[in-house]
Design a binder for this molecule. Structure first.
Ligand SMILES: [Zn+2]
Length: 260
């Protein structure tokens, strides 16, 4: 019902774009809306989109890449434009009962210079990080998290709500496998959101990762993370790696721009 309504609305939006003579058609207007959402998701950093540039609060302009045709996912994974980064929308709620469609991994496409500018180089040191106490009433653990975009504060609120879950669900959470590290993603060679201190891995013990379960090279979807945990992170605009085709069910990262 919800989905039908959304399809209807996007159909109406596409029709409206045609009728107003939008030269780029419905796809471009979808990209335009996604860019508007990007600006409003990061109000401390971004001011507006002006023709084909994203304008930052300090005057920096970055090309959006809007209007460029999609390239194969594997190519975009290594070299995404800002517009590519917004091509896939993250759907909150219990949609993971279906395995994600091939190459549907909202959040994995990232324009690295965008995140480097926003969060800084991880080798610069701890200036933009603070220690967050993970699960203080269950199994306290200090974890460095970025203060940019108040990610640390948001994680504090996630933790408060996770602590209120029934005790039987805590086993999925502790100990955390970590937040910040300077390593790159194995298959792309690019920094992950962990390099920016804006991601957390919950406990490894009950997690699943695509590379651990492959059949003829293709990932076979598997998840054991309870929906209650995912929904608490999503409420603070952390996306979950369990909704990726190349899934990583212990992984959460702050990506408000991907929520429709
Ligand atoms: Zn992770």
């Amino acid at each position: 019902m919800h989905l039908d309504r959304r399809l209807l609305l996007s159909g109406l939006a596409a029709l409206a774009a045609c009728r107003t003579g939008d030269a780029y058609g419905p796809e471009a207007s979808t990209a335009g809306r996604a860019l508007t959402r990007l600006v409003s998701s990061y109000p401390d950093h971004l001011v507006r989109v002006e023709s084909d540039s994203l304008v930052w609060a300090d005057g920096t302009r970055m090309p959006t890449g809007e209007g460029q045709a999609a390239r194969p996912f594997e190519v975009m994974l290594r070299d995404a434009t800002i517009a590519d980064q917004l091509r896939q929308t993250y759907e909150p709620g219990p949609v993971w009962r279906q395995p994600p469609p091939r190459d549907h991994s909202p959040g994995r496409l990232r324009h690295t210079p965008f995140f480097l500018k926003m969060y800084g180089e991880c080798r610069e040191g701890p200036s933009r990080r603070r220690q967050v106490q993970w699960m203080p009433r269950t199994r306290p653990q200090m974890l460095p998290v970025t203060t940019v975009n108040d990610v640390a504060g948001r994680l504090d609120r996630v933790i408060d709500r996770l602590e209120d879950l029934p005790d039987r669900l805590k086993a999925w959470l502790v100990p955390s496998a970590g937040t910040s590290n300077c390593r790159v993603v194995a298959d792309t060679g690019l920094p992950s959101m962990h390099a920016f201190g804006a991601a957390i891995d919950i406990a490894v013990q009950h997690s699943d990762y695509w590379a651990w379960a492959r059949s003829r090279g293709e990932p076979v979807y598997r998840n054991r993370i309870p929906p209650e945990i995912v929904e608490i992170f999503e409420a603070e605009r952390f996306i979950w790696g369990g909704k990726w085709y190349h899934y990583d069910t212990m992984h959460f990262e702050y990506r408000p721009e991907l929520f429709a």
